[in-house]
Structures are given as structure tokens and as C-alpha cells.
Write a protein that binds this ligand. Structure first.
Ligand code: ADP
Length: 436
């Protein structure tokens, strides 16, 4: 340890000097007599010199920012040099930290995203320029205030409470230039502080809304002429004088018109689900009754798996929209039937446990290869497009299921083994379950 070694060297040097001075005083006393007087005089001068050096050191320590270190030699000079070294090292590190901080501030100010640093109780510690202007935060005034008191969006407050269980939350700020902001909470286990990254997603939201409106409008516009064409085709098929040569092409045209109608209806339903920002209505939906009806509908179909099982393990209802829940379950049940051969089986199950309410539709059909599973809920995604089209699939069924489930705070889980069958399970949180 150099500091300890320097000190002990300095102390040794001081002791050596004191011993030398005393020895000289002793010799002078012995030669000239008056030993006591000479000793006192020499020690007094020695002490005065020490006090003087101490005062010079003290003055320099107080004025070290502006004054050069005092020019003292001997042990006091060593002390001054050591203190000066420590001071200069500290100044160097301080300048480095200040430089880094300035650079960090310049970078965060230039960042296209906003950033807010929060303390353990969500109090604001720091924020950059974008965060200030988008969230309406005021420098200095808002430091130390809890962010929930300034960004009062209920979705954001819930997101903070859940400690970012979702990846991000999007909030609307009509007052601040009508912006849509995406807030993303970053936490680390090493620190109690959190960072909220704020992104302006107004453009994305607008483009998305234009796309949605376009799809909805185009579907509406196509629906009317298609109804007319399908009506004429229906009439033509019934026409007894129709040339036998034309019967098959017209039947095929009618089938395709029906398919188009199915796609347009699904597109319109999907647009409706996506466009509606409000929560679905709060009806008490009898899940058991709804599933029993779906099973009966399926049993009345000509082409269907032979065995259709219904296992109702609860009489509980679900809180939500009857039509949307019907859409979820009917899409899953009709898929199970579509992708399962006649000799296969379908099982529909409803049960409630501590985790919430669950509806599972299991089939022993063709199954799905594992690489397709994450993409099934994308619009128009089909494992085998040719097969899906042939059996009348629009490719939109599972996208509708996903959206309607999201609106009911639910999730979809898919398990499948190719060639063995699949299980599609809808999980609803306990708050949605109404015990009867
Ligand atoms: P589609 O109208 O084509 O059935 P969906 O969105 O309902 O569209 O389903 C997407 C794709 O997922 C289907 O094309 C099919 O490949 C696959 N799929 C859905 N349900 C099942 C199932 N029960 N068994 C096997 N494959 C399925």
C-alpha cells in the first residue's frame, strides 16, 4: 500500500529529525553549559517551525483550488505532496465523470425516444427532452413527484402496478398534439430504479387505422354486388331449363361466391373487433349452454367426425359479449371438425379452477407441425392453403379468435402433434368467471 508506506517513511523522517535536533542541543548544552536552557530554546524553535508548517498546510488545504501547494521540505513537504497527489487524482476522476455525464445527457437529448428514470416508489428522478414534451413533464418542478400523478392514464397505472408484465402499453395524449405514445418499462434485478422508454407511435396508429378502414370499406363495397351475383347463381341452379352442360360450372361459381361471402363476413368481423376500442359488453354468458348448441349444430352436419364429446365440468358463466364468445368457440369447433377425418373424434371441455375459466377443443385430426403454431393467428395464414380453400376456410378464423379473446383478457394456447391431433385452449382470468 503506497500511501501507508509513504506515511511511515514520513513519520520515521520526522522522528529522525527530532532526535538529531535534540542530540545537537545536548552537545551544545554540554559544551557551553546551560543544558536546560538550550534544550528549551531549541525545542521551542522546533515547535514553532512545526506550527508554522501546520498553518501553511491548513491554509493551502482551504485554498487548494486556487493556490499552488506550499514549498516545504522535510516530512511536511512529504505530507503536502501526498495530499496534493490524492487531490489531483480525485480531480481527474471527477472531471471524467462530469464529462461522461455531459456526453450521456447530450446523447439522451438527441435520442428519438423519450426516457424517464424512476425511483423505487415510481418518483421521477430524471427525464430527457422528448419525455418532457410528450408527457408534459416540467424540469425540476416534477422531480420527486410520482409518475402516476402526472401520467394519469389508467392503462399505464395498471401497467406500472404489474411491473411491466406486458411488454408495453399504448396511451393516447389528446392534449399534447394528439399523440399516441408507447410506454415500455425497463427494470433490472440489480437496481430498484426503473426506466420508462417512451416512443411516439402516432404515425403507426394512423396508418393502421387507415388500413383497417380501407379493408372494412372495401369489404362493404364488395358485399352488395356479391349478394346480387350469388342471388342470380342460386336462381340459375334452380332453373329447370338450364343446359346440363352449364349446371356444374354454375354450381362451382355458387360455391366460390359462398366462399367469397365467408371471407368478406370474416374480414368485416375482424375489422369490427379491431376498430372497437371499448371493452365488450358485460353480459353473463352461459358457456355450457353455448357449447351444447355448438355441438348440436355440428352433429347436424353431414361431413363431421363420428364422435363428438362434450364435457361440462362447471355451470359457471363468463362475463363478456355473447356474440364474440360465440364467434371464438364456433371457430374452434368448426376448425376441429374441418381438420379431423370422419373416423376421428372431437372433444369440447369447459372447466373452472383457481387460474380462471377454460374452454378446450381437442381433436384427433391432422395436427399441425410445430413451426406453424406461432403463426396460426395471423390473417390468412394457412398450414396447407390448398386444403384450407378446398374445405371452405377463409384463413381468418383464428385471427378472429385471437382478437375476440384479447378483448376478454383471455389467451389462446395451442398444442398439436402432426398426424395425431390438436388442442386449442382458451384461458379466461378469474375476474371474468361468474359462479352460478
Ligand atoms: P381456416 O379458415 O383456413 O381454417 P383459421 O384461421 O381458422 O383459417 O386457421 C388457420 C390454419 O390453422 C388453417 O388453415 C389450418 O391449417 C390450421 N388449423 C386450424 N385449426 C386446426 C385444427 N384443429 N387442426 C389442424 N389444423 C388447424
Amino acid at each position: 500500500m503506497p500511501f501507508g508506506r509513504a506515511l511511515s517513511g514520513t513519520a520515521g523522517q520526522a522522528l529522525f529529525r527530532l532526535a538529531g535536533t535534540l542530540l545537537l542541543a545536548l552537545i551544545a548544552g554540554l559544551i557551553f553549559g546551560h543544558l536546560g536552557g538550550i534544550l528549551i530554546a531549541v525545542l521551542s524553535v522546533y515547535l514553532a517551525l512545526q506550527v508554522l508548517n501546520l498553518l501553511r498546510l491548513d491554509r493551502w488545504l482551504r485554498l487548494r483550488r486556487t493556490e499552488l501547494p506550499p514549498d516545504i521540505n522535510g516530512p511536511w513537504g512529504e505530507v503536502v505532496a501526498t495530499v496534493n497527489r490524492i487531490y489531483r487524482r480525485k480531480q481527474f476522476h471527477k472531471a471524467r465523470v462530469v464529462r461522461l455525464l455531459r456526453e450521456f445527457r447530450r446523447l439522451t437529448a438527441a435520442m428519438p425516444d423519450g426516457a424517464v428514470l424512476l425511483g423505487p416508489n415510481n418518483e421521477i428522478i430524471w427525464f430527457n427532452r422528448h419525455a418532457a414534451s410528450w408527457l408534459g413533464l416540467r424540469r425540476k418542478l416534477d422531480f420527486g413527484i410520482r409518475i402516476e400523478n402526472l401520467v394519469r392514464d389508467p392503462q399505464f397505472i395498471q401497467y406500472l402496478k404489474d411491473q411491466g408484465s406486458r411488454s408495453s402499453v399504448t396511451i393516447h395524449k389528446p392534449a399534447k398534439g394528439d399523440r399516441w405514445l408507447e410506454l415500455h418499462l425497463v427494470t433490472t434485478s440489480a437496481s430498484e430504479q426503473k426506466l420508462v422508454i417512451v416512443r411516439d407511435v402516432t404515425r403507426e396508429i394512423r396508418v393502421e387505422s387507415i388500413r383497417r378502414d380501407f379493408v372494412a370499406n372495401a369489404s362493404h363495397e364488395i358485399r352488395s354486388p356479391l349478394t346480387v351475383i350469388a342471388g342470380y347463381l342460386d336462381a340459375l341452379v334452380e332453373e329447370p331449363q338450364l343446359d346440363a352442360l352449364w349446371r356444374e360450372p354454375i354450381l362451382e361459381m355458387r360455391r366460390q361466391a359462398d366462399r367469397m361471402r365467408g371471407i368478406i363476413n370474416d374480414l368485416l368481423e375482424l375489422s369490427r373487433l379491431e376498430a372497437s376500442g371499448t371493452a365488450p359488453s358485460d353480459q353473463s354468458v352461459d358457456v355450457g349452454g353455448m357449447l351444447a348448441l355448438l355441438r348440436r349444430d355440428l352433429e347436424s352436419q353431414e361431413q363431421r367426425p363420428r364422435r363428438i364429446e362434450l364435457k361440462l365440468e362447471s355451470t359457471a358463466h363468463l362475463r363478456g359479449s355473447e356474440s364474440e364468445l360465440h364467434s371464438i368457440f364456433s371457430n374452434l369447433v368448426s376448425n376441429a371438425a374441418k381438420y379431423t377425418p370422419v373416423e376421428g373424434e372431437v372433444e369440447i371441455r369447459w372447466w373452472v379452477d383457481a387460474a380462471g375459466g377454460h374452454v378446450a377443443v381437442r381433436d384427433s385430426g391432422i395436427g399441425i407441425a410445430v413451426e406453424h403454431i406461432p403463426r396460426l393467428t395471423e390473417r390468412f395464414y394457412r398450414v396447407d392453403p390448398g386444403r384450407s380453400r378446398k374445405i371452405g376456410g377463409s384463413g381468418l378464423g383464428l385471427a378472429i379468435v385471437k382478437h375476440a379473446l384479447q378483448r376478454h383478457d383471455g389467451t389462446l394456447a395451442v398444442e398439436s402433434v402432426e398426424g395425431r391431433g390438436s388442442v386449442f385452449t382458451c384461458h379466461f382470468p378469474p375476474e371474468r368467471v361468474i359462479h352460478i
